[in-house]
Design a protein around this ligand. Structure first.
Ligand code: 4NP
Length: 154
């Protein structure tokens, strides 16, 4: 069965949809079949398309994310996904608190997949300007490469 990865941020309209898109691109480029999704710990943007600035940075990098819709992480996700990857430390704390004790899911922080940057947050670009989204794209793209290697070895 295909391996599966869920990216989780706060709103599921900025960082995690970009991480989802970056890993999808990375896996498609190397012919790796992986189930990839994203969700938010919060519920404010359930059913919403990604933030326009996130859509713009994705488009600029050749990926369309306009069809994605926000959803909130659920307890079932801990059983349905092999990996849940949090975008920042608060997301990771929230996920750790809701993780069922019998779930085998591997929970990690996105920056733990980038050498030398373990423990760092992907800064939330929501309250900043468009530059923040370029930075987010660069970070999630870099992580996607090593996550793809991890999936290929697993
Ligand atoms: P995200 O950014 O967690 O990267 O999707 C946010 C989007 C919306 C909100 C917070 C963060 N909000 O409070 O509505």
């Amino acid at each position: 069965m295909n391996q599966s990865v869920l990216f989780v941020c706060l709103g599921n309209i900025c960082r995690s949809p970009l991480a989802e898109a970056a890993l999808r691109e990375e896996c498609a480029a190397s012919g790796l079949n992986v189930v990839i999704d994203s969700a938010g710990t919060g519920d404010w943007h359930v059913g919403h398309a990604p933030d326009e600035r996130a859509q713009a940075v994705a488009t600029k990098n050749g990926v369309d994310i306009g069809h994605l819709r926000g959803r909130q992480v659920t307890t079932s996700d801990f059983h349905d996904f092999d990996y849940i990857i949090a975008l920042d430390n608060q997301n990771l704390r929230d996920l750790t608190a809701m993780r069922p004790t019998n779930a085998a899911v591997k929970l990690s922080l996105l920056f733990d997949h980038i050498a030398g940057r373990a423990g760092e947050d992907v800064a939330d670009p929501y309250y900043g300007d468009a530059d923040g989204f370029d930075r987010t794209w660069a970070e999630v793209t870099e992580a996607a490469r090593t996550i793809r290697l991890l999936l290929e070895s697993g």
